[in-house]
Design a protein around this ligand. Sequence first.
Ligand code: MRU
Length: 346
Amino acid sequence: MIETLILKGDAVELIDQRILPLAFETVRCSNADEMAQAIRDMVVRGAPAIGVAAAYGYALEAQLHSTASTPSFLSAMEVAAECLLNSRPTAVNLAWAVKRMQAVQAQHLPVGIAACAQALLSEAISLHQQDIRINQTMGQHGAALLPDGARVLTHCNAGALATAGYGTALGVIRAAVESGKRIAVFADETRPFLQGARLTAWELMQDRIPVTLITDNMSGYLMARGEIDAVVVGTDRVTANGDVVNKIGTYMVAVLAQRHNIPFYVACPVSTLDLNTPTGAEVPIEERSAQEVLGFAGVRWAPEGVAVRNPAFDVTPAALVTAIITERGIVHQPDRAGIARLMQSL
Ligand code: MRU
């Protein structure tokens, strides 16, 4: 299995997703600041993966201050939390993971700083392992929705590389394949960062799952010809009303899917559901550097001085979503009541 992030001694090694598949290299992070930088630069990306990465960043920082006095430990950890929370704004998993680490810290502080730092490291490791198990369970739920022989379109990369392992959308596809179904995937290229062309195509090829790469403007043509049976994507945040915030271009795919009566499925862990944000309109959408649109890997194709917009995510209204697949089960035609019921389950 692809190991997006690995704890090695006093650091975490991340697969450098900026250069895949042309090169396979890793980046070492040994404190919160280095981890926040890696998240911002998209060395590691994808909502669940940046949640686990932030938890490790926080835990590694705690290790560095494990012999400090309580006040200086607390102030260092506050700076660490701020720095990680500010690295990327859209995926709620990052804030979820940092809050969870802060709760573990508050719980263990009375037993001493060294023990507290140790508890934080154990928590990060357990979040890492849990994420893989969650994805496998989610995959089993979602696999039942895909018929044998399905041709499935996905957008961006919601695979092992976007999680601690196995993937959300690609986890559903993997589970369907593991259950013996023949599944063929169409991967949207996903401009401008090319997560589909570089990461999804590479990841599926590693697993020998049939994948065909298309550019983002080809899916309508294929849908109109009856060549796509289902869409499965991941998400960075699902709001209380069931709106889905995901990689820029997802909304376009959802509108097309509805036009052609193709089911549009979203796979995510429950930690991606955000009951505190009423609708997609309130979610902060990250705007990234113009350089990502002007060219790629040092090659520039747009004229000097042209104006650029680069929103990294968009909002798919709940009404366009056929079902949300989670580790706790499936919410069909998601709405406020369905999302609330899922959060209350267990
Ligand atoms: O900008 P990215 O590459 O971090 O965006 C990733 C996505 O939009 C994914 O679809 C989402 O995080 C779900 S990943 C399981």
